[in-house]
Design a protein around this ligand. Structure first.
Ligand SMILES: [Zn+2]
Length: 306
């Protein structure tokens, strides 16, 4: 009985490709290298496309975004910490035929890993004093939000820079030895009503005073701004393939918007700028397209395969 079900599963997997692509059946093999089940919110998937000639031609659509393959045939997919748990299809798309919405199901060695299941992650919680902005500060937040969005949108024509592995954001510290002062994803509860909460969109790293902060990979600075209300002095770098890194609460910024940076280059000096910070630390964020992922886990996972 199990064999019969498996045979049906394979037939149903192949049929859509035959219909969508007429006579020419598309059967592109891929492998999920990382993120073997269970896959949790905040995780990263590394997907390898088997056929190197397909690298430029195809992308993967999931969570409403398209992910490209790098020269090694790898796609890094971020699962945001706030991605709704459940099952999602990974769909291979022809990048040259987006308008016609010609879609291919992605094939794998096994018959059903085109669908991934994302599980709820317990990030823990902590109490924190609520920051209530004044009317003037609310307007400032709106302006800053618009600047961030404009910076994220500015990357459309930028190339993919990542030449190799990611490096430590603290120039003088081994990435495996950095102390975390506040973990990624933790819920910050502001009052007795537990719905009055927000989650931590990065990881806080102990830096000490005036420590040099390095960019984690090559890229281009898309935002280098002083005195954001909560972030203080902030640098955002785009690395290509939809990947961004954010360096927050800096005491000094050492780069400017539009500047090309190489992996390990100093982008700023640690500090405690921003209205809520209580001591010198680096808030490091990693975004892949719209997904906010666990930065240190992202670096560890990506470095296994890059
Ligand atoms: Zn933080």
């Amino acid at each position: 009985m199990k064999i019969r079900i498996a045979v049906f599963a394979v037939i149903f997997a192949i049929l859509p490709a035959l219909f969508l692509n007429g006579a020419e059946a598309v059967s592109v093999k891929f492998e999920i290298l990382s993120g073997n089940a269970p896959i949790y919110q905040g995780d990263i998937l590394v997907i390898k496309i088997g056929d190197k000639s397909a690298i430029e031609k195809f992308g993967i659509d999931v969570f409403g975004k398209t992910y490209r393959f790098n020269a090694q045939g790898l796609a890094l997919i971020g699962i945001s910490a706030d991605q709704k748990p459940g099952k999602y299809d990974l769909v291979l798309i022809d990048l040259n035929n987006k308008e016609t919405a010609l879609q291919y199901q992605l094939f794998c060695h096994c018959c059903d890993c085109r669908t991934i299941e994302i599980l709820l992650k317990d990030f823990g919680e902590e109490r924190m004093k609520k920051f209530t902005p004044t009317e003037k500060q609310k307007k400032q937040r709106i302006r800053e939000g618009e600047m961030m969005q404009a910076a994220y949108r500015s990357t459309g024509s930028l190339p993919n820079y990542i030449p190799g592995k990611f490096v430590s954001p603290l120039a003088e510290q081994d990435i495996n030895k950095i102390a975390i002062t506040d973990p990624f994803g933790i819920w910050r509860i502001y009052s007795k009503n537990k719905d009055d909460r927000d989650w931590h969109r990065g990881v806080d790293l102990r830096t000490g005073e005036n420590a040099p902060i390095s960019v984690v990979n090559s890229g281009v600075v898309i935002l280098a701004e002083k005195n954001f209300l909560l972030e203080g002095n902030i640098v955002v770098v785009y690395h290509g393939f939809g990947i961004f890194s954010l360096y927050i609460h800096l005491s000094e910024i050492k780069v400017s918007t539009g500047q090309k940076v190489n992996a390990g280059q100093i982008v700023g000096i640690s500090g405690s700028t921003g209205a809520r910070t209580t001591g010198s630390h680096l808030h490091l964020g990693i975004k892949i397209n719209d997904a906010t992922v666990d930065p240190l886990k992202f670096i560890e996972t990506a470095n296994k395969y890059l």
